[in-house]
Design a protein around this ligand. Structure first.
Ligand code: ADP
Ligand code: MG
Length: 258
C-alpha cells in the first residue's frame, strides 16, 4: 500500500512520503543523553540496516518510531503523520508498523495459530474465519504451516522468531521494524530467519533492521546507517559504509565485527 502526502505536510500532492522520517530526535533517560539529534529516514520500499556498538541508541531510535519511547525533543513522522503530535491516533499508526524483537514475545499458553489470530481479532476487528485464513497464509510464508497447532515451547528459537514475524505480518503492516531479530538464536538457526527477512525485502516490504548480521546488511540493505554514541556517524550504500568506511569510529566498529 502506498500513501500519498496530505497537503498539510508540505509534500507535493501525489509524491510518496517517506515511510519514516525522524528529525533532530533527542532522547534522554534522566541525565543520560541517549539520542543526540538524530536525522533518519526510511523511504517506502527501502530496507535500511542500522548497525553500531551496544549502547549506541539503536533500540531507542527504533522504539521512538512507534512511541514505545517518548522522544525528549524532535519529530518522528510515520507516512507523513507526526506521531509526537498529541492529536495523532497512535493506535492507528501502530497498526501500520510491524515490530519484531530479539525476544519473540509469543504467548506461551496459546497455540501458534491463536498467537497469530488474537491481535487481528482484537485490533483489526477481524472475525475468526478471516483471521485464521490470514494467519495460515502468513505461516505458509515463513515455512511453518505444519506448526499451526503447536505451542511456542515446542518450537526452536528460530521457528518461534518466524512465528513472531508471521504474527506481525498478519496485521498487514506497511513497514516492518526488526530489533536484532537473530541475536538470541543459536547460530545454526539464524539462516532460516534471515531467509524469511530476505524474502520480505524481495517482495518490497519497507524495513528498518537493527542487526549485527553484516552479511545481511551488505546483501539485503539498500542503505546502512552506522550509529555510535547517540548520533548517526555515517550512512550510505552497504558497499560504501561496510567496504570503505570514512570515519574512524566506523572503521573501529567494523574491525571488531567483520
Ligand atoms: P543499543 O540498542 O544500541 O544497544 P539502547 O538504545 O538499548 O542501545 O540503549 C542506549 C542507552 O540508553 C544505554 O545507555 C541504555 O542503558 C539506555 N537506556 C535504554 N533504554 C532505557 C530505559 N528504558 N531507561 C533508562 N535507560 C535506558
Ligand atoms: Mg538494542
Amino acid at each position: 500500500m502506498s500513501h500519498t502526502a496530505p497537503d498539510a505536510t508540505g509534500h507535493g500532492s501525489g509524491a510518496a512520503v517517506p515511510a519514516i522520517e525522524v528529525r533532530a530526535l533527542c532522547k534522554n533517560f534522566g541525565d543520560n543523553e541517549v539520542l543526540k539529534g538524530i536525522d533518519f529516514h526510511v523511504e517506502q520500499g527501502e530496507v535500511v540496516c542500522v548497525i553500531g556498538p551496544s549502547g549506541s541508541g539503536k533500540s531507542t531510535l527504533l522504539r521512538c518510531v512507534n512511541r514505545l519511547e517518548e522522544p525528549t525533543s524532535g519529530t518522528v513522522m510515520v507516512e507523513g503523520i507526526d506521531i509526537t503530535d498529541s492529536e495523532t491516533d497512535l493506535d492507528d499508526v501502530r497498526t501500520r508498523i510491524g515490530m519484531v524483537f530479539q525476544q519473540f514475545n509469543l504467548f506461551p499458553h496459546l497455540s501458534v495459530l491463536r498467537n497469530l489470530t488474537l491481535a487481528q481479532q482484537r485490533a483489526k476487528k477481524r472475525g475468526r474465519a478471516e483471521a485464521t485464513e490470514v494467519a495460515r497464509r502468513n505461516l505458509e510464508k515463513v515455512g511453518l504451516s505444519e506448526k499451526a497447532d503447536a505451542f511456542p515451547a515446542q518450537l526452536s528459537g528460530g521457528q518461534q522468531q518466524r512465528v513472531a514475524i508471521a504474527r506481525a505480518l498478519s496485521m498487514d503492516p506497511d513497514m516492518m521494524l526488526f530489533d536484532e531479530p537473530t541475536s538470541a538464536l543459536d547460530p545454526e538457526l539464524v539462516g532460516d530467519v534471515l531467509e524469511v527477512m530476505k524474502q520480505l525485502a524481495r517482495e518490497g516490504m519497507t524495513m528498518m533492521v537493527v542487526t549485527h548480521e553484516m552479511g545481511f546488511a551488505r546483501e539485503v540493505g539498500d542503505r546502512v546507517v552506522f550509529m555510535d554514541g547517540g548520533v548517526v556517524v555515517e550512512q550510505g550504500k552497504p558497499e560504501d559504509v561496510l567496504g570503505n568506511p570514512q570515519h574512524e569510529r566506523t572503521k573501529l566498529f567494523l574491525s571488531k565485527v567483520l
